[in-house]
Design a protein around this ligand. Structure first.
Ligand code: ZN
Length: 66
């Protein structure tokens, strides 16, 4: 265990510079922050799914109820 609290980048794992007076950062640089942000967005965003349920229903009704 390290006596000093050395924060490491959540993206690449490199030690982050501690700037006195500044808030503790989670990433060593902007690039890592962007990458982590994009990864998060990718997880949330789902692939666009074509909704054909409505069309199918209409077609079936047309075909069925003649
Ligand atoms: Zn990093």
């Amino acid at each position: 265990m390290q006596p000093t609290m050395q924060p490491t980048c959540l993206q690449c794992g490199q030690p982050i510079k501690i700037i006195p007076g500044h808030r503790r950062r989670c990433y060593c640089n902007k690039q890592c922050k962007q990458m982590a942000y994009r990864r998060r967005q990718g997880q949330q965003a789902r692939p666009t799914k074509q909704e054909t349920t409505m069309d199918e229903r209409v077609l079936r009704e047309r075909l069925g109820g003649g």
